[in-house]
Write a new protein. Structure first.
Lengths: 431, 174
């Protein structure tokens, strides 16, 4: 196009020179201006940037990573470029997942795995990321289109499937196990799984997969009324899994109708979803790059701007068998973990004493001394760690005895052949 | 179970409860569970027939018993409205209930998720979770689909969203 315009400009110039009538010059000048403008427009047509081999900290306008690499200079991140080694799986490319994927893409994450089976709809336009012209495309295709434009360095893998079906789950599991991106990595092929789904069933599926693979993951959610949300870090065996605590309606027996309004259409806001996606990816960056404190749970209640945090221990009676296995492994690994922590502390202490043998404070007028935090405080009622402080009661009753599966002696006389049963049902269906 | 009509309650108590907690990935235990599913479905279908309240047909669409297809119908103003019924057994079954689908009604009612999955969140899922693993497919039909049809079909018929098949053919011919 630029060549065509250049030729046109040349033609105009030669025409102007050949024309003897000066009165026509003005209109030719006008034409020339127009061609100039068109040339300028043609030049501003977007061009895809080429891939970058190494992340550079050089401060020039053309470096896509200069602001990220500055995190090292500021002393926040030790080695930002490590982000290119990491793989993150995003399950659910909706209001939260798509924005989280874009944030990770802009941060230069090594590899993103995207899972969704839905299509983009006009009803999604109140959220961020997807554009009206993408309506009708699968969310995975539309996301790959946008993300590969934003940052071609990121390796994108998209899976258009429903993870709750048996077949979808198998593909999901094998994609998480695939280690071709970084063969040296231990255990699974991804560093973190982000659950950005909108229903209980899919969350339970991600929970199942991650418990089986011993894979750390983060759960995210926005409430149906669009004014609160949460993120949660789940490390199998170490923190509560998604099945460890039953949903409130199941556990407390409150009337569900008081919690949920009629109708299915949930509300959503780009703001709340953006905030939750931001919290999720911030926690992800801290987890992967090892800076700051990684929140085990962070809530967001927008009406009061309240951000509660808490830690949940795994439930020793969790209904998920894989969770119980991971819990056992975690307890067995405790001596090794303690030894590592002790060695680390000693190394740090050695480093500080080596730095200077001078006493920390020359005089100690008030005889202030540091007491070990771990020393058991004997003054408090030392019955058991389960005891609650005065004034607090537990919302739920303590767990029942573990239910032993009943010996099914009554079914002995009944038909015990699957095909027979199938035929019997078919006979009933045909009647 | 407060809020449920006595008839549904008495029907429910007669559907055999299941004991094996196993999903489609659990091999032999799943086969055992599948047998229990069949026993419950047979008992429920027999009961419906003897009470003159036959309202569905369902059978496994694959040998593994993870996909089920059939029909269900509802009688409103002496007219019978019949719909295709289908669902997958989720990998996390029975911790999570099957998502029952009526694909023909997709987009016709708000009480439905994409793909024709009926909304079970309020009236059924908490009940399912409390009764895991004792509830099975038969219970999901009795406590999930039946009340949904009873609540939604009259509204859909009265608002003209669905037409009886005889009306539909006559209007096409004229």
């Amino acid at each position: 196009m630029e060549v065509e315009l250049k030729e046109m400009l040349d033609d105009l110039l030669s025409l102007r020179q050949s024309l003897s009538d000066p009165s026509l010059h003005a209109s030719i000048d006008k034409l020339q201006l127009r061609v100039d403008r068109l040339t300028h427009l043609a030049k501003s047509v977007p061009v895809r940037r080429s891939k970058v081999k190494d992340m550079s900290a050089e401060v020039v306008d053309s470096n896509p990573y200069s602001r990220l690499m500055a995190l090292q200079r500021m002393g926040i991140v030790e080695n930002y470029e490590r982000i290119r080694e990491f793989s993150v799986a995003v399950v659910g490319i909706g209001g939260v997942g798509s924005v989280a994927a874009e944030m990770l893409t802009r941060c230069g994450i090594g590899r993103l795995l995207l899972y969704d089976y839905d299509k983009v709809e006009l009803a999604n336009m109140n959220r961020l990321f997807f554009r009206p012209e993408q309506v009708g495309m699968t969310k995975t295709d539309a996301a790959v289109q946008t993300l590969s434009d934003i940052n071609p360095d990121v390796v994108l893998e998209s899976y258009t499937l429903n993870v709750t079906t048996v077949q979808g789950f198998e593909t999901f599991m094998s994609s998480l196990k695939n280690k071709t991106f970084r063969p040296s990595k231990e255990s699974s092929g991804v560093d973190l799984v982000l659950s950005c789904v909108d229903n209980y069933e899919a969350r339970m599926v991600v929970n199942q997969a991650c418990n089986e693979l011993n894979q750390a993951w983060m759960e995210s959610g926005v409430s149906e009324d669009a004014v609160s949300g949460h993120i949660q870090l789940l490390i199998p065996g170490e923190t509560a899994c998604f099945a460890c605590a039953p949903p409130l309606v199941v556990a407390s027996g409150v009337d569900e109708r008081t919690l949920k309004r009629e109708g299915v259409c949930a509300a959503s806001l780009p703001t709340t979803m953006g905030v939750v996606a931001g919290l999720l990816v911030q926690n992800t960056l801290k987890f992967l790059l090892g800076f700051g404190h990684v929140s085990p749970y962070l809530g967001y209640s927008s009406l009061k701007d309240f951000f509660p945090t808490m830690t949940m221990k795994p439930n020793p009676q969790c209904s998920n068998a894989a969770c119980l296995e991971r819990q056992k492994e975690y307890i067995l690994a405790k001596p090794a973990r303690d030894a590592a922590a002790k060695a680390k502390m000693e190394a740090e202490a050695a480093a500080t004493t080596a730095a200077g043998d001078m006493p920390l404070h020359v005089d100690n007028e008030w005889n202030i001394s540091v007491v070990d935090d771990n020393e058991p405080a004997k003054s408090t009622c030392g019955t058991s760690s389960d005891a609650l402080p005065e004034g607090l009661t537990r919302e739920l009753p303590s767990a029942d005895e573990f239910q032993k599966p009943q010996a099914s002696g009554a079914t002995d006389s009944a038909i015990d052949d699957l095909e027979d049963l199938q035929r019997q049902l078919e006979a009933l269906n045909a009647a | 179970m407060e809020g449920w009509d006595p008839k549904t309650k008495s029907t429910l108590t007669q559907i055999p409860l299941l004991t094996t907690k196993a999903g489609p990935r659990d091999g032999a235990a799943w086969t055992q569970r599948l047998k229990e599913e069949y026993r419950a479905l047979i008992a429920y279908t027999q009961m419906n027939k003897s009470n003159d309240n036959d309202w569905f047909r369902i059978s496994a669409a694959n040998p593994e018993g993870t996909r089920w297809t059939g029909k269900c119908w509802y009688v409103h103003n002496l007219l019978k409205y019949e719909f295709d019924l289908q669902f997958d057994i989720p990998v996390t079954y029975p911790a999570t209930a099957p998502e029952l689908e009526l694909p023909e009604l997709d987009g016709k009612t708000q009480k439905m998720y994409r793909g024709g999955k009926i909304c079970l969140t309020v009236h059924f899922k908490p009940l399912w979770a409390k009764n895991c693993p004792r509830f099975g497919i038969a219970h999901a039909l009795c406590l999930g689909l039946a009340p949904w049809l009873a609540a939604e079909i009259p509204v859909l018929v009265d608002s003209g969203m669905i037409k009886h098949k005889d009306d539909a053919t006559t209007s096409n011919e004229s």
